[in-house]
Design a binder for this molecule. Structure first.
Ligand SMILES: Nc1nc2c(c(=O)[nH]1)N[C@H]1C(S)=C(S)[C@@H](COP(=O)(O)O)O[C@H]1N2
Ligand SMILES: [Mo]
Length: 199
């Protein structure tokens, strides 16, 4: 009996990838949206970064797609406990978008078409940590998953990865976005299981 159970445990450990605490593996791609899916025509699409003085820099779709883009493969972790490993995306690094932004503010509010917001510290957007993605697994990003373009911040719970992203506003102090205001964690790090306020 004990030999059998040891063998079983050993096999489980060898075949299960390392996931953050409390997460399970999924191979499909669930859709999680707090409202209806907005349809954003490309000729009306724009992305704007506003600094703490209200100074703005904007890109239309043509300008955005002319920026250097890169393929990236990342693991994503939703606070509802599914994780998906090795997802393939194409997008523009936030390092590229922030190249000419002069700001002394440490925090940002990410805004989406439809009113969704989420707070992300500037440090968590830069140095290769996030992208505005427009392709998923080699195809244009589905509207349900945030197309034409969404933020992807894979090292934080996936609610921080704002779909239909429209802009980023710099802030001197951290402020809660949509889910953070509803009791979710201000930072949201999966490996530290920061799901809810107080975790
Ligand atoms: N604009 C917007 N972005 C959003 C959401 C949303 O409701 N609206 N949901 C968030 C949550 S809770 C998750 S888990 C992921 C889900 O992305 P998916 O639908 O592509 O799986 O998007 C995040 N980004
Ligand atoms: Mo989520």
């Amino acid at each position: 009996m004990s030999i059998v159970s040891r063998g079983f445990e050993g096999k489980r450990r060898a075949s299960e990838p390392d996931l953050p605490p409390g997460q399970y593996l999924t191979t499909d791609f669930p859709v999680l949206s707090a409202g209806p899916t907005p349809r954003v025509p490309l000729d009306r699409w724009s992305f704007t970064i506003a600094d703490e003085f209200g100074q703005k820099k904007s890109w239309d779709w043509t300008e955005f797609r002319a920026l250097p883009a890169e393929d990236f493969t990342v693991d994503i972790h939703c606070v509802t406990k599914w994780s998906k490993l090795g997802t393939g995306w194409r997008g523009v690094s936030l390092d590229v978008l922030f190249e000419d932004i002069e700001s002394a503010a440490d925090y940002t509010m990410v805004h989406s078409v439809g009113g969704y917001t989420t707070n992300v510290a500037l440090d968590d957007l830069l140095d290769g940590k996030s992208w505005i993605a427009f392709e998923f697994e080699g195809e244009d990003l589905d509207p349900e998953h945030g197309g034409p373009a969404r933020l992807v911040v894979p090292h934080l719970y996936f609610w921080k990865s704002a779909k239909w992203v429209s802009g980023i506003r710099m802030m001197h102090a951290d402020e809660p976005g949509f889910w953070e205001d509803a009791g979710y964690h201000m930072y949201g790090e999966p490996w530290r299981e920061q799901r809810y306020h107080g975790d």
